[in-house]
Design a protein around this ligand. Sequence first.
Ligand code: NAG
Ligand code: NAG
Ligand code: NAG
Ligand code: NAG
Ligand code: NAG
Ligand code: NAG
Length: 544
Amino acid sequence: MALNNVRLLTILFNSCFHFLRQAVASGYKMTAVVFSPSKNVMNVDEVQRKGYAIANTPTRLVLRSPHNAEETYLQNVAGVPMRVLSTSTFFEQKWLVTRVDATAVCPTPEAVAFTPEVITWYMPKHIDPLFSSDAFTMLEVYMGIDAKRLDTEEMAARNYSVLVTEAHIIVEIPVGAVGGYFKSHIQDDQYFVTYTIEPMLELLWIEEVAHENTSYKVLFPITTPPMARPPQVRNYTPLDTVPEQAVFVLELGTFNLDVELLNITFPTMVLTVAECNARGFNVQEQRSPDNTLKTFRMEVPFSDPVVFKERRAEQGVTTFTLQLIYGLVIFPEYAPFSHSAVVDAVLLDIGMPLVTGNCDQENFHITVDYRNQEPFFVVLVGKRLLNHEFAQQYLTEGDTDFTITLPFSSPDAVFESVHSSSVRSRLDVALLNPYNNMTIKYFSLACSFLKTLTECFSNGTMTALAVKVESAPGLNPGQLTLSDPACGPTYSDDRFAYFHFTVNSCGTTRKFINNVMLYENEISLPDELEVKLNATTSSEEEYQ
Ligand SMILES: *[C@@H]1O[C@H](CO)[C@@H](O)[C@H](O)[C@H]1NC(C)=O
Ligand SMILES: *[C@@H]1O[C@H](CO)[C@@H](O)[C@H](O)[C@H]1NC(C)=O
Ligand SMILES: *[C@@H]1O[C@H](CO)[C@@H](O)[C@H](O)[C@H]1NC(C)=O
Ligand SMILES: *[C@@H]1O[C@H](CO)[C@@H](O)[C@H](O)[C@H]1NC(C)=O
Ligand SMILES: *[C@@H]1O[C@H](CO)[C@@H](O)[C@H](O)[C@H]1NC(C)=O
Ligand SMILES: *[C@@H]1O[C@H](CO)[C@@H](O)[C@H](O)[C@H]1NC(C)=O
């Protein structure tokens, strides 16, 4: 923190160099300092006892002052409060006395505005106490970090900006930019971070009257106010499992890198991180991709005694509860803090239900064996929840199982593909935990059903059924036509199109093959739609 309170104050007037060189060369010694505006006179010893450092080289007078030293004062310069130290230093040689006036001006914390995203430092351009007149030209403005000047590319890469306006030089630094650092803090057991950076400004101006260059360099450590970063426990516990294999997966974060996890307090015991790992909790520190933040991840098996279990038999579920207090510290000052959390999970008491299935010529049969336990899950058939009406129509119950029987053409099934004499249809069934809708078990059954999709009648008419397949979800069966685009379906809905036509119409062609007459027609989308939907069904008809 020393950097925040002490500033190096150097004033380099060219004329002084010349004077100092001569003075020191001719044996002048620094004897006293007079501070303005108090007019307090101190000899060099007193000055040093008061906490100032003063020294000279042949070309420089260096005076170092605590930032808030008694002899400094506040002055408002172009609306920005600046701290000023104004001195006259006396040099003596025998009977001769001469003096060097020197003034230092530093920004104060009030010169900075903060938002959660950006630090803005306002520096007056005409730093009044350092000027003897109003007319001047700013020759150079450089920004740097940690006393090192940066070029334009480096500034852009770090998203720093310097804007020179009529009255100010405005430095903007994004909170978190390269060059600064975050530090963790605890206040009332709450977690905060601050961001600190030490920008530098180097100015060079020329005063028109004196025609003298003045260079000014200031290093200005800036720390943002504490920003609250309340940690959170994220729960990644997978629940599609049986209690014997279940684990709580928790992640605590997000922290700055100076935070360490020491121990975890459970209702029955305190375990160090090493003890947690010995117990199989696999505590891991995880870093963000840019390596600036960390979280702590761990896995606690439901079967561990630190997990509290409560069975609710009437509901057929068990609740698992993990209560914990993370014990953390901030380095290097070793400031302790804690974060407590309670997480729970509801698991069904059943073992994993067994789902099997088969098909006959018309139907799917899917059997769910819930193994002597209450079947405490909800069943999703296709996209539909199995409710009472659905159950009445399609469900038969056994002792420890039930069977769902659905026709292959049910809207809950999907057609995977269609061939001239068969249809491949699939039924998806999922068992869900009603407490969180997570999938306990997923089962899918696909079968080919032998189906005559086309028929011929002795009076010379034909029928054909086209079905929508899963791979053509955008298909509107009502838009299908026979070879003659004027022949649309006699009936259609969102899944089927039914055609009924005579063999001498609608573009039907005729072939003789070994005493058999073969009529062919094709069902497709009109050309302009076909490209988009890519679904065609062809039918071949045989008359004997
Ligand atoms: C600079 O700012 C841009 C836009 O705000 C941002 O996308 C980029 O990540 C920043 N670069 C750095 C180094 O912070
Ligand atoms: C002031 O500094 C500028 C830039 O460094 C230089 O070109 C110029 O000669 C200097 N003028 C005087 C009077 O020292
Ligand atoms: C647990 O860690 C905290 C740091 O937050 C520490 O203060 C405390 O003493 C530790 N407890 C035990 C029992 O080690
Ligand atoms: C599960 O999903 C159903 C239907 O989407 C919804 O009504 C119900 O609220 C959900 N239940 C939970 C616990 O999220
Ligand atoms: C031809 O026979 C079928 C089946 O018997 C019948 O549905 C259809 O209406 C008949 N068509 C004509 C034009 O008589
Ligand atoms: C059209 O469908 C066929 C058969 O499903 C498939 O192989 C082909 O990739 C599809 N073409 C386009 C452009 O989607």
